[in-house]
Ligand binder design. Structure first.
Ligand SMILES: CCC[C@@H](CC(=O)O)C(=O)C(=O)O
Ligand SMILES: [Zn+2]
Length: 329
């Protein structure tokens, strides 16, 4: 098996081709100064030897089933490969909104039965649950042995806010989380299996056409990457993309507001990941020109204010068009 520059065996992955070209996200050592530089500049990077979750690399379905306790786990079900997040609390505001997936609250053992019995051509499942104090003591011990020194040092030096959650993700091969951005910093740790990431910088917002902020799918792209509607979303043709496949032990830094689409690589088995989400660093002094992240935050606040002032989701499109069409276009 050939080796790449970062010493990785040249795995052969069954990766989808998209209409846009991509560049690779660097895979760097935790000791490489470039690693900390990229993180401090809000640029994505894969850290290949952080040992962040070295104590969890044995987490497979059998071990977790034995030790994860009998708490309830949130499991999403989809009739296709896509697991598009939606905020149920906003569903009333958008008539004829149809949930893109269903969610269950079940025991881990029930999830194991599901993932082993569902026909992936008909139905898929994806466990997405914050690690909490219901887990068994062996999981607690593994958790305590995460490389907290490294990740807490990153939190300190980059002035990140508090750690808000560690989400355990267990997905079937081929599951896709469609393109979206999050409002938190994320050290994404891969435990088992392989995940292909497509990342887009915050300044690609104009090419990715997110839903309105009051829509249940706020922060998600409206563009179907498998069948883009270039009439509605013409700038999608020009989108600039960075990509990478993370393997067990890798940690991908996903800076806040960076768009990402994530696929559990087909034919490589189910995937297990753990996220480390941190609140944003406080806004440093305002410098001009404003950063793309600041402009996205501004657009979100303006949309929310207009929706709130009109007190009607239906009136927002006409209001925005009256303000912009023929005046700023
Ligand atoms: C619910 C979180 C899903 C995850 C993507 C994935 O692994 O499918 C993601 O989007 C993130 O870690 O930010
Ligand atoms: Zn995300």
């Amino acid at each position: 098996m050939a080796e790449t520059s970062s010493g990785r065996k040249c795995e052969h992955f069954d990766l989808k081709e998209y209409q846009f070209k991509t560049n690779m996200i660097p895979r760097l050592s935790v000791d490489d100064p470039e690693t900390n530089r990229r993180i401090s500049e809000g640029l994505p990077v894969i850290i290949i030897d952080s040992k962040l979750v070295a104590s969890a690399l044995h987490w497979d379905l059998e071990y977790l089933n034995e030790n994860v306790g009998d708490g309830k786990f949130t499991v999403y079900k989809s009739s296709n490969t896509k697991f598009k997040y939606f905020d149920e609390r906003k569903a009333d505001d958008v008539k004829d909104f149809r949930k893109p997936m269903e969610s269950l609250e079940i025991k881990f053992s029930e999830f194991v039965d599901l993932i082993k019995t569902v026909d992936p051509k008909k139905e898929r499942v994806y466990l997405q649950q914050s690690l909490n104090d219901t887990v068994g003591k062996r999981i607690v011990l593994d958790f305590l042995q995460f490389n907290w020194n490294w990740v807490t040092e990153q939190q300190r030096r980059n002035k990140f806010g508090t750690l808000t959650s560690n989400l355990l993700l267990i997905g079937m091969e081929g599951n896709i989380t469609p393109a979206h951005y999050d409002e938190q910093e994320n050290f994404f740790a891969q435990v088992k299996g392989y995940k292909r990431f497509l990342l887009f910088a915050p300044d690609q917002f104009p090419c990715l056409y997110p839903y309105p902020t009051f829509h249940p799918c706020d922060r998600q792209s409206q563009v179907d990457f498998d069948d883009p509607d270039y009439e509605r979303f013409p700038k999608f043709r020009d989108v600039k993309c960075l990509e990478a496949v993370v393997e067990p032990g890798d940690v991908l830094y996903i800076p806040m507001y960076w768009w990402h689409q994530v696929e559990s690589v087909p034919n490589k088995g189910y995937s297990v990941s753990v996220t480390f989400w941190y609140k944003a660093a406080p806004n440093d002094k305002i410098e001009y020109p404003l950063k793309a992240t600041q402009k996205v935050a501004m657009m979100r606040n303006i949309e929310k204010m207009i929706h709130q002032a009109l007190n009607s989701a239906d009136e927002v499109p006409e209001f925005m068009q009256n303000m912009v069409l023929g005046r700023y276009t």
